[in-house]
Write a protein that binds this ligand. Structure first.
Ligand code: NAD
Length: 372
């Protein structure tokens, strides 16, 4: 098989990463790292829509997948299509642009479209893909608000196709181990979560700083990891939210584009979360969970890795994986075999985050505690 484990390792860049991966190869099966076992099951044939920086990362990571294969592209830039065709052996008949991609309906060789475009486009593009009868994997944030998210879910239900959201951390081994420990009661009753997510954003002209395309600022892009993380780390849905915004650069961060938002959640079991989302601090990527018996700490917690963590019992020593490879292997199983992931990645999961994002913006605006 072409997509062997050796091939996977060759794809890894950086000696440090390779060195951390190699000792864990024995755990390949548990981690989802492709191994040498022959695979004869179904393969999810995927077209990527949006050949930008994250689309390129997903395409590279998919080269090590056994259960998912990149077979098509949708792009507005003909030269990028040509490059991807050459690089990934994509046939002409599987190439589309943003005007004609509804025709994917007539293409029996594509099962799913992975939407990796600016946030504001996810809603319409997902609905068009659903109407074309193909499964959708959509990047986070799934949409700009909960209303849009619900419409996407409805469109996929009506078309009888699956809708998944690109929550790669839901398959990451260190993260899953902390969740397992929490469920086993290792931390006791969970009391507190802290999620700190941010980076210093560059080019002021990029779509991430354009309200029309991004739907907001840091919260939509990076703060969503703390929102989503608070939910899977605490293991409950928040019942209220409070939030405060600060802005140091009103030239770069125009109205409606948040630079920094702090937000707090209350959970039904009494736990609290305190989170920070920012476009103004580099290397901010930390989760901390504390219960009445112990703690888990992860830093980095949601970056591309390697994810590092420790608990009151010691270092976390899970296998280091390429997140997008494992995600696509698992998503193939979810779509084609109905596998239920430990932490959901379906449209409803995306919608839960969107409702909370809406409430955070409402709390910022009103200065009030918002019930969820
Ligand atoms: P990017 O700017 O690098 O790529 C976006 C792509 O969309 C480009 O190829 C661009 O040409 C195309 N595009 C199509 N229509 C466009 C339009 N009207 N305006 C601007 N670009 C348009 O962005 P990215 O970093 O690849 O992010 C894309 C999506 O992926 C976002 O929703 C982002 O939140 C998500 N993302 C997720 C992760 C993750 O770890 N899950 C990481 C990065 C980005």
């Amino acid at each position: 098989m072409k997509n062997s484990r050796r091939h996977f390792l060759q794809k890894l860049t950086g000696t440090a990463l390779a060195m951390t991966v190699i000792p864990h190869l024995g755990l390949a099966k548990a981690s989802g790292i492709p191994d040498e076992q022959p695979y004869n099951g179904p393969i999810l044939r995927v077209a990527i829509m949006g050949l930008g920086s994250y689309g390129s990362r997903v395409a590279e990571a998919m080269q090590a997948c056994k259960k998912a294969k990149l077979v098509g592209v949708i792009s507005g830039t003909p030269s990028k299509i040509k490059d991807w065709q050459a690089k990934y052996s994509i046939p002409e008949k599987n190439c589309y642009n943003y005007e004609n991609f509804d025709k994917i309906k007539d293409n029996p060789d594509i099962d799913a479209v992975y939407v990796i475009t600016p946030n504001a486009l996810h809603h319409d593009q997902t609905i068009r893909v659903a109407k074309a009868g193909k499964h959708v994997i959509c990047e986070k944030p799934m949409a700009l608000n909960a209303k849009e998210g619900q419409e996407m879910i409805d469109a996929c239900n009506n078309a009888n196709v699956k809708l998944l959201v690109g929550y790669r951390m839901h398959f990451e081994p260190h993260t899953l181990e902390v969740i397992r420990m929490r469920e086993a009661g290792d931390f006791g009753k969970v009391r507190f979560f802290q999620g700190l997510c941010g980076f210093r954003i560059g080019d002021p002209g990029q779509w991430r700083l354009n309200k029309e395309l991004a739907g907001g600022g840091s919260l939509m892009d990076i703060g969503i990891y703390a929102v989503n993380g608070a939910r899977y780390m605490v293991g409950e849905e928040p019942i209220w939210v409070t939030a405060q915004e600060t802005k140091t650069d009103t030239g770069k961060f125009k109205p409606g584009v948040d630079e920094t938002i702090q937000f707090q959640f209350g959970f039904p079991g009494g736990a609290l979360a305190s989170c920070l989302s920012t476009y103004n601090m580099n290397h901010l990527d930390k989760f901390f969970l504390n219960g009445d018996k112990g703690f888990a700490e992860m830093q980095p917690s949601t970056g591309y890795g390697p994810i590092k963590g420790r608990t009151h019992k010691g270092e976390l020593n899970q296998p280091v994986v390429v997140h997008q490879t494992v995600q696509m292997e698992e998503m193939s199983d979810i779509i084609l075999n109905g596998k239920q992931p430990l932490v959901p990645v379906d449209g409803q999961e995306g919608l839960r985050d969107l409702k909370i994002l809406d409430a955070i913006y409402q709390a910022v605006k009103s200065g009030k505690k918002i019930d969820l």
